[in-house]
Design a binder for this molecule. Sequence first.
Ligand code: IPM
Ligand code: MG
Length: 366
Amino acid sequence: MHKILVLPGDGVGPEVTAVACDVLKAVAADNLELDIQQALIGGSAIDESGDPLPPATLDLARDADAILLGAVGGPKWENIDRAIRPERGLLKIRQELDLFSNLRPAILFPQLAAASSLHAPLVAGLDLMIVRELTGGIYFGHPRGIEVNEAGERRGFNTLEYTESEIRRIAHSAFQIAMQRDRRVVSVDKANVLECSELWREVMEDTAREYPDIALSHMYVDNAAMQLIREPKQFDVMVTTNLFGDILSDAAAMLTGSIGMLPSASLNEESRGLFEPIHGSAPTIAGQDRANPLATVLSVSMMFRYSLKRGDLADRIDQAVSAILDEGIRTEDIASADTITVGTREMGQRLVKKIQTSGGAKGGER
Ligand code: IPM
Ligand code: MG
């Protein structure tokens, strides 16, 4: 029996997690027993209780084998006290559960090559994994704040810091993932300017000695941003800090056609984790049945692969997504002249049907 906690959140979150839950149940069917619970996070939790991560949610999260999250935030909560903004809920759950290893794959489905902002040959076959450190760096460093300085001027400040052990554990994550791929890791930093990056680079090098089969190289973040757009297929695994990973993963997402396609996994030391699309709450299209649910569906696939250790069931989800794309079914963000545009819900119904007709009822047969 696996305990799954679903946190729909705000904006398009409830729509995309509803689809993903249907897919989750369809795949689980006779293969494994699930106990699915739901709780509040982000703006919807603030509306209910004044807290973006209520204690009840955190308790359920600690108890769950895996968490599926939609998205948090929206204009409604943009002007409230910084300490209780929706995003704080997300940052807090990442930190409380120690979900330091954030995997953000950027895979181009061949069917979507034309939807990429880059020329198709540059992205055809793209399969890159960004490993982002998620519970440290400038996102969490102290001191931080906005204060009035001696000259009477307001001054905003944050602290970028990494301890050696924080760097070492994300290095291990990246190298272990690379061992299952092409064994090439590019560590992205700003070691020409930042001391923190200097240490990052040193610890990466040192940890790599335990992985003689891994080819580790280093790249400054400005160059990495350029290389992602110039020749993205040069990368296999990219490992980087919290802030750089936030930025580079959005850029990488666009290479694949739409940010609506990209899932993510945030794992702790025991591979328990939280799974979420990287696209955010998209308030302008919320509640209109227009959001692409595939990033969340693919996040469920990552849940099966990385936390529940059922790669066979993950494969079934990935194959269903691919089959739907083969049929030319698209949400509007990835549609083109010769495809069929459907809404969020219909995309979900078609996926569920695909899974039910393709999968063996027992044991994850295909
Ligand atoms: C992401 C998001 C979050 C982040 C925000 C919503 C706090 O952009 O998951 O990439 O910056 O980590
Ligand atoms: Mg982001």
